[in-house]
Ligand binder design. Sequence first.
Ligand code: SF4
Ligand code: SF4
Length: 347
Amino acid sequence: MTSPKNSSSSRSVRRVPLPRFFQKRFRHVILHITERCNLQCKSCFVRKSTQELSLEDARLLAGKLGRPRWLDIGGGEPFLHPQLPEICSLFPDSDITIPTNGQDPEYIETTVSTIAQKHRKPLTIAVSLDGFEETNDCIRGSGSFARGLESFQRLRALPGITLKVNTVVCNANANSLLDFMAFIRAEEADYHSLLLLRGQPEDRSLALPPLEFLKENSSAILKRLASYHYGSKRNPLLHSLKKRYQRYLWTVSLRTLEEERCFVPCQAPWLHRVVYADGRLSMCELMPASGNLLEESMETLEKEMEKALKNQEAKYGSCFCTHNCNMAENIMTHPPSILSVILGIRP
Ligand code: SF4
Ligand code: SF4
């Protein structure tokens, strides 16, 4: 079994940068605004400290990042940053997604409401729940399920947002995954994202379920995923495309693991930007930072990222992973994948 932890493979994949116009049009940024967190999940692979992005630095970074198509706020727990709404307002032209562990239901509800009232582009809130109470609390800590679910239920009543649940799929929740998916469906999420465990988890006994298990359960998983409207209830064409996209994404993820190569070429370092709370910039969360965007220009760091990728490939071979966020723009800018999604063809 292979785990998608920045794995390297001798099977090289040719990465061809998109023309500049498309790079700007489809750029995806993950902006980690704090390294503080109020949980200690066993599956976590991000650095935790007291580091927090100041509003002043966020403004500087926003200027250098331009107008990303998609902005994922990252952490730590983003809602621990007291100026989350102000930081979101620095990106008025981006579709914004904010993940949360949901541990402060009332504050999260109020803050999301504030952001939603101002942000005119799509706003998605992703509440992390990794299974039913016993399973979730074993991975994410005692009481985290009840608080996370309360946050989800409060947010469900808010207008103007897309609400989803993120579940990290691993050996600790695999056996109850289908039942849990049915539970989340009944809770009326707009959709449910399954994230295959990646990175180096805090608890090294956590691992991805065997590929055979994922393959055997694929049709049941896809059936549940297809039952969502993905925030496009009123647009049947968009709804159908989003459902096909989700099926394609899942199938591509399994092919990536099976073939140990990026089935859809990864567009890091041209489309992905990960910026940490201290300004460090990387092409993805699993690659080392190439420099500090608060101190250097984007042009300089882009060259550094390309160099870093070449060195990494020369040393270890092509890397591959199944990170949903990065795969979204890889798929949307890859003509064979676009055609497959439109025509509903499996990879
Ligand atoms: S996975 Fe998220 S919520 Fe859990 S410890 Fe890491 S940063 Fe915090
Ligand atoms: S996102 Fe791209 S560069 Fe980063 S680990 Fe995955 S395949 Fe490699």
